[in-house]
Design a protein. Structure first.
Ligand SMILES: [Cu+2]
Length: 168
């Protein structure tokens, strides 16, 4: 009984949601491929995951295949306060390292959704193509967009509003 409680407590404090899922190919472990719900008219959707290389050699994610007109590897960057996305030929995964594909950084971009809305609970089948480890079939799980996500950058609203509102 005690053991069970400890296990539940451990689950509760980990950041990964309980629906997290993992895949392995060669020395790579791919954790929790996911996407977020998209608005009805969205033309693109992002895909996120973490990739850990436990081997001794570098590998590289060179492509993602899925049933969309285009799938690219992107990185979101902020230049002079303007958000942009750069497209990449590949994402390096150095030995012993974990690369995060997450909002605001590296991501998979599914392009040309054309009315194909991502809905919570849906699975998007895709194939990750690694230079060394080869192909890996995965499913991106579609999740609710976290509150506050998509605002691009953090701003110190609190201070500005206090000045404006408290003075009458
Ligand atoms: Cu993108």
């Amino acid at each position: 009984m005690l053991k069970k409680l400890a296990f539940i407590a451990a689950l509760a404090v980990t950041a990964a949601p309980i629906w997290a899922h993992e895949y392995t190919v060669g020395d790579l472990e791919i954790s929790h491929p996911h996407a977020f719900e998209t608005p009805p008219m969205a033309m693109t959707g992002g895909g996120f995951m973490s990739i850990t290389n436990s081997g001794a050699a570098a590998d590289r994610l060179i492509a993602v295949r899925a049933d969309f007109p285009r799938v690219e590897l992107h990185q979101s960057v902020l230049t002079d306060g303007v958000g942009k996305m750069l497209s990449f030929e590949g994402i390096d995964i150095a030995p012993g390292e974990t690369v995060l594909l997450q909002p605001g950084g590296y991501h998979v971009m599914f392009i040309g959704l054309a009315g194909r809305q991502f809905k919570e609970g849906e699975k998007i089948a895709a194939t990750l193509v690694f230079e060394q480890a080869g192909d890996l079939a995965v499913e991106f799980s579609v999740e609710k967009r976290p509150v506050g996500m998509g605002m691009g950058m953090k701003m110190d609203h609190g201070k500005m509003q206090m000045n404006g509102m408290s003075g009458n």
